[in-house]
Design a protein around this ligand. Structure first.
Ligand SMILES: [Zn+2]
Length: 588
């Protein structure tokens, strides 16, 4: 792993694990550690801990643990070199020129860099088109009509793609080859003639940035009646629709601070909400949320208010997103905006017509998702038994996702009242659903079923951190074979070897040589609150181990004596017994 003096080692020395992990997990100070909800398993109360001085993390629930690089590797699903680079960048450490592993990798990296550069240039191009051309003037008038003034245009980088069909292409052609242009998603290929032309024509353009704020795609709205009304970039080497949330790059601070996010459908909605002064808004930029987007979001919060459009597509998207969010243990509320006049209102229209105060008020009052679902169910025909059954079938999958039994029961009563369904009937359906849910729940990872004795825990802790006498202590333990036969034998053995080397002992490196269950136990012990170790305490722990060792031996001798050995052997055993009893008596 991080060899002494290597770049990785330098990064590890300088990186603050609490800060790096804090970008993914909300951490609270708790004693000498920081704790939060584990990002690697679903949980409601925090069992994930970060140790600021040892620079390690550990989850007491699922058992994951390691150093800052391991964390980033697991979080970003990347390899070790990439993790070093990410941590270095997060900590503002200059990264030496990267060594690529294969020519293909180098080519791919180059291609991605060029594509990002191309998108940046395209963004500038679109903005200039909006500002300085006749066509752009018409586009500006349209935007003004939608309530988007100069400030908003500048703030959200709104631009214009001209109608010609090859204006952007001509602009980019001088710098980039055709092959790269073809995969950029900015131009399309005419199948019959085989030539390239601009993908976006006569459209208002909205830059779509990734989490770090780099433009990786565009969304574009038709200026006239051209179809489709909205056209986005296709999937490219730098853009995947399900991995990007529009506006997250600017919303993440607000989301973290306020501990909730507002989820809307399109960029126009996100812009409208953000302009109303509500910065913690993101758009899924598609009809419904995808799982990678939820993973992205849960790094910042576990609470979401879904505010999709009121049409059928919006309702379906809301319900699909609800399912996914609930599966990931999000706390979800739903804001369904009332119509404006006779028009169904999305956030954009609503804020334009009714103002941001009205929107804010409704946002604050947004009901929990179950209320939203009940009101949806009530729109169904409930006059017949079949209709009621349909409504119930619609609700059950969501209700069974409520993990809390009391809450589930409360909702059952409410649903029964509101839908006029016989309550016992409903409850039996619910408990059946709950049973199915239980069978679906993944069995929790094996918990450590053994408890190392306090003396063992204390000694392990000393070997790991008592710089002053670690080596001396290791010698004592090894010479007297004191840890042989203990549950913690392997942990001791690894720590003793590391301590005898005279080098500083790193928990992650020792952990790497252990089996998983032993590594978990080691990390658990390292996270315990403890006083500064002293040599006196070490000696009294050693005495306690010696005592236990003598007791174990005595029991062995006793068993051998009871097995009726031949006379000569028996004499030896009795002598041994005497000696052990003397030793134990002296220790008392
Ligand atoms: Zn965990």
């Amino acid at each position: 792993m991080a060899e002494a003096g290597s770049f990785a080692d330098r990064v590890k020395q300088q990186a603050d694990i609490v800060r790096v992990v804090g970008e993914y997990v909300r951490l609270k100070k708790s004693g000498q550690n920081f704790t939060g909800l584990c990002p690697f398993h679903a949980e409601k109360s925090p069992s994930f801990a970060v140790h600021p001085t040892k620079q390690i993390y550990h989850c007491f629930g699922c058992g994951v643990g390691g150093d800052v690089f391991k964390f980033v590797m697991e979080m970003e699903k990347c390899a070790f070199p990439e993790a070093i680079r990410i941590v270095a960048e997060k900590c503002g450490i200059a990264v030496p020129r990267q060594k690529e592993h294969s020519p293909e990798e180098r080519k791919e990296n180059q291609q991605r860099t060029l594509l990002v550069e191309m998108h940046r240039e395209t963004q500038t191009f679109f903005v200039k088109q909006l500002e300085g051309t006749l066509e752009g003037k018409a586009a500006r008038a349209y935007l003004e009509d939608r309530g988007l003034d100069k400030d908003a245009i500048a703030r959200f980088g709104i631009g214009y793609a001209p109608s010609g069909g090859d204006a952007l292409l001509r602009h980019l052609k001088s710098k980039y080859n055709e092959k790269l242009l073809a995969v950029s998603g900015l131009v399309s290929r005419d199948e019959s003639a085989g030539r390239l032309f601009d993908r976006f024509r006569r459209r208002i353009t909205f830059p779509i940035s990734n989490e770090s704020g780099k433009v990786v795609a565009f969304g574009a709205r038709a200026l006239g009646d051209d179809m489709p009304k909205y056209l986005n970039s296709p999937e490219t080497p730098i853009y995947s629709k399900s991995n990007v949330l529009y506006h997250l790059d600017r919303a993440k601070e607000g989301i973290r601070r306020q501990d909730f996010a507002i989820l809307v459908e399109g960029y126009m909605d996100a812009i409208a909400v953000a302009r109303a002064g509500i910065s913690n808004v993101v758009a899924s930029c598609g009809t419904s949320l995808a799982e990678p987007q939820i993973k992205l979001l849960q790094r910042f919060t576990k609470r979401v208010i879904v505010n999709y459009g009121p049409d059928t597509a919006g309702q379906t998207a809301t319900e699909r997103s609800l399912s996914l969010l609930l599966e990931q243990d999000f706390e979800v509320r739903v804001l369904a905006l009332p119509p404006v006049g006779d028009k169904k209102a999305d956030p954009d229209l609503f804020i334009r017509e009714r103002g941001k105060d009205e929107y804010l008020k409704l946002l604050k009052e947004a009901p929990p998702y179950v209320d939203y679902l009940i009101s949806r169910a009530r729109q169904m025909d409930l006059t017949t038994g079949e209709g009621k059954q349909r409504a119930l079938n619609f609700l059950l999958p969501y209700i069974q996702k409520i993990p809390n039994g009391i809450l589930r029961s409360e909702w059952a009563t409410r649903i029964a009242q509101q839908l006029r369904i016989d309550e016992p009937l409903l409850r039996s359906a619910l408990s059946k659903a709950a049973k199915e849910r239980r069978s679906e729940i993944k069995t929790s990872p094996e918990l450590i079923g053994r408890a190392a004795k306090p003396v063992e825990r204390r000694l392990i802790r000393m070997l790991a951190e008592a710089e002053g006498f670690r080596q001396e202590l290791a010698k004592h333990l090894q010479n007297a074979h004191l840890y042989h036969g203990l549950e913690t034998e392997k942990i001791f053995a690894a720590l003793v070897i590391a301590s005898l080397s005279g080098q500083p002992v790193h928990a992650t490196e020792v952990g790497a040589t252990l089996e998983d269950r032993d590594r978990r136990l080691l990390f658990e012990i390292l996270f315990e609150e403890a006083n500064e170790p002293t040599w006196e305490e070490a000696m009294s722990c050693i005495e306690a181990l010696q005592h236990r060792q003598a007791e174990r031996e005595l029991a062995d001798v006793q068993r051998s004596i009871e097995a009726n050995p031949p006379g000569i052997e028996l004499r030896g055993l009795l002598e041994k017994k005497q000696e052990l009893m003397r030793r134990l008596a002296a220790a008392r």
